[in-house]
Ligand binder design. Structure first.
Ligand code: ADP
Ligand code: MG
Length: 267
C-alpha cells in the first residue's frame, strides 16, 4: 500500500506523548503515533493494554492527562486545570475535530430508536449543519456501498450484528472523516459475520482512507494494514511494517502474544 505521492508525506494525524491514568492506575504511559494520509495502522495488544483508552483519548471521549493531538495541522487546544490535568479549551473545537475522527465501536452503538437512514443523517445534519436532501443522498450512496440500501428504513434491532456494524461504518463515513478509528469492530460478531465487515474495511483501505484499527484479526493486520503497532502495558512495544513486526526479528513479547493468540484461535 505504499505510495510515492506527495500527500503521503503529510501527517494527517499526529498524536504525541499521551498519558492517561484512572485513579492510581497509569494506563497510557506516553504513546505517540503519526498517521499519514492513506495509512492503515493496526493496533494490537493484550486485553487491558490500553488500546481503547488510546483511541478514546485521540477523539476526546477521554481527556488525556498529558500529550497532544493534531489533526491535519490543527492542534487541539488544551489547558491545565488546578489539579495539573488537562482539559480542552473550546468545546466547539472538540466537536469539530471529533467529527473528523469518526469512531466505529465493538458494540456498534447505533441509535436504536432511529432507522438506518436516520442513523446516517443525524451527525451530518446536527453537527455539520448540512442540508437534509444532501445528507439523504449521500447516506443512500453509502448504504449502497456497504450493501444495505434495501435496509434503510429498518431499525437496528432487526439487523444482524454484521449488518449493524456495516451501518455503523457507513454512519462514520457520512461524517466525511479525515481519519477513521475502529475499536475491535469484529470482536462482538459471530464468526460467520466477521468476513462481511472485514471486506468493507478492506475496501476502505484500498481507496486510501486513513484508518487506525484496534483488532485481533491477524490476517487484517498482516495483509491490509501498512503499519502495525503492538502495545504492551500502556507503551508501544514494537511498531513497523507488518512483515517486520510479524517477522523473525520482532520483539519476544510480540511473539509470545502471537503464539497465545494462535492457540486461542485454533482452540
Ligand atoms: P484494552 O482496550 O487494550 O483492552 P482499555 O484501554 O480498555 O484496554 O483499558 C486499559 C486499562 O484501563 C484497564 O485496566 C481498564 O480497566 C482501565 N480503564 C479503562 N477505562 C477506564 C475507566 N473509565 N475507569 C477506570 N479504569 C479504566
Ligand atoms: Mg478495548
Amino acid at each position: 500500500m505504499s505510495t510515492t505521492t506527495i500527500t503521503s508525506t503529510v501527517a494527517t494525524l499526529a498524536v504525541s506523548n499521551i498519558h492517561k491514568s484512572f485513579g492510581g492506575h497509569h494506563v497510557l504511559k506516553g504513546i505517540s503515533m503519526t498517521a499519514r494520509k492513506g495509512d492503515v495502522i493496526s493496533i494490537l495488544g493484550a486485553s487491558g493494554s490500553g488500546k481503547s483508552t488510546f483511541l478514546r483519548c485521540i477523539n476526546m471521549l477521554e481527556t488525556p492527562d498529558q500529550g497532544s493531538v493534531c489533526l491535519d495541522g490543527e492542534t487541539l487546544e488544551m489547558r491545565q486545570r488546578k489539579d495539573g490535568r488537562l482539559e480542552p479549551v473550546h468545546r466547539k473545537q472538540v466537536e469539530r475535530m471529533r467529527s473528523q475522527l469518526a469512531m466505529v465501536f465493538q458494540s456498534f452503538n447505533l441509535w436504536s430508536h432511529m432507522t438506518v437512514l436516520q442513523n446516517l443523517i443525524e451527525g451530518p445534519m446536527r453537527v455539520q449543519k448540512r442540508a437534509h436532501a444532501e445528507c439523504v443522498e449521500e447516506a443512500e450512496a453509502l448504504l449502497q456501498r456497504v450493501g444495505l440500501f434495501e435496509r434503510r428504513d429498518y431499525y437496528p434491532a432487526h439487523l444482524s450484528g454484521g449488518q449493524q456494524q456495516r451501518v455503523a461504518i457507513a454512519r462514520a463515513l457520512a461524517m466525511r472523516p479525515q481519519v477513521m478509528l475502529f475499536d475491535e469492530p469484529t470482536s462482538a460478531l459471530d464468526p460467520e459475520l466477521v468476513g462481511e465487515v472485514l471486506k468493507v474495511m478492506r475496501s476502505l483501505a484500498e481507496e486510501g482512507r486513513t484508518m487506525l484499527v484496534v483488532t485481533h484479526e491477524m490476517g487484517f493486520a498482516r495483509n491490509v494494514s501498512n503499519r502495525v503497532v503492538f502495545m504492551h502495558q500502556g507503551l508501544v512495544d514494537v511498531e513497523g511494517a507488518p512483515a517486520d513486526v510479524f517477522g523473525a526479528h520482532s520483539s519476544e513479547r510480540f511473539r509470545q502474544f502471537i503464539s497465545g493468540h494462535q492457540e486461542r484461535a485454533t482452540a
